[in-house]
Design a protein around this ligand. Structure first.
Ligand code: SAM
Length: 280
């Protein structure tokens, strides 16, 4: 697809591009075709696509899927998508962050495993991933385009600049890796940032947090200020400092340890020890 072809589609159908919805259409046919081969064919049978836009990625997905559900917030896009007549596809004109994921999946896919494939609206990448990881257990694989900087965070390892609360959150639930890097010129309009397609696979959690909601809060707290020590970040929360001090000592950590030095497993262990003494 060339830029002039998209402009033609937009003109002919009277659709405007809306920056507020993070609309950057992926034009590069090679990348579109590559995205749907990141997962094995059997994982492309039941698919959810978020933000189908003008349906360029939907075209490729529906060549492989048996059932595809699209979530699109923009009425104008929905009107256009309906005119395309995609087979075995349900179009939901709704803000994806407002859906009841469990209910939607049960209604559309029963108890089957579902894959999420999307060129995400970048302004809500993290809330979307959080929703599909914590509010359902049926979405086991995701192939999602996002801002490259966020992709690096998701895959970031301890003691590197990319390791933060999002890395710990994602690596607690999943194994992730960057599958494709995509430059701005592959989109219309071109975004100001580089992009990456990330393969995210849910894993069996071997070292479980005793309370996942509190664990996710804890992770955000301990990474609030990356340059500060873990202790310093904790002291701004409701968790009593003396409990943390004692547990750090028992675990043989230096009191000046910084969160970025700890692996996901070590953070889970630390959280569990603290949570047993102090619920929050
Ligand atoms: N999939 C298309 C493509 O690759 O060319 C468009 C991707 S564009 C980056 C993001 C899409 O997400 C837009 O179509 C936008 O309208 C839609 N979108 C933005 N916010 C949304 C939300 N909260 N719920 C559902 N769709 C949303």
């Amino acid at each position: 697809m060339k830029i002039k072809d998209v402009e033609q589609i937009l003109n002919d159908s009277g659709i405007s591009v809306k920056k507020k919805f993070g609309q950057n259409f992926l034009l590069d046919q090679n990348v579109l075709e590559k995205i749907v081969t990141v997962l094995p064919k059997e994982n492309m049978e039941n698919v959810i696509e978020i933000g189908p836009g003008l349906g360029f990625l939907t075209n490729e997905i529906t060549k492989l899927s048996k059932k595809c559900v699209l979530y699109e917030i923009d009425d104008e896009m929905v009107g256009f998508l309906k005119s395309k007549g995609f087979l075995n596809t349900t179009i939901r004109n709704i803000d994806v962050l407002k859906i009841n994921v469990e209910e939607e999946i049960k209604n559309n896919f029963g108890s089957a495993s579902v894959s999420l494939v999307a060129n995400l609206p970048y302004y809500i990448t993290t809330p979307i991933l959080t929703k599909f990881l914590t509010e359902t257990k049926q979405v086991n694989k995701m192939v999602v385009m996002m801002q490259k900087e966020v992709a690096l965070r998701i895959c970031g390892r301890p003691k590197t600049k990319d390791y933060n609360a999002l890395s710990v959150f994602m690596q607690y639930y999943t194994n992730s890796k960057i599958a494709i890097n995509v430059p701005p010129k592959s989109f219309y309009p071109a975004p100001e940032v580089d992009s990456s397609v990330v393969l995210i696979e849910r894993k069996e959690i071997t070292n479980k947090a005793v309370n996942e909601d509190s664990f996710n809060k804890f992770v955000k707290w301990i990474f609030t200020q990356r340059r500060k020590t873990l202790m310093n970040n904790i002291s701004k929360t409701q968790i009593p400092k003396d409990i943390v001090k004692q547990i750090l000592e028992e675990k043989g950590y230096n009191q000046s340890v910084r969160s970025e030095e700890l692996s996901v497993e070590e953070i889970v262990d630390l959280f569990n020890d603290i949570y047993i003494k102090f619920n929050f």
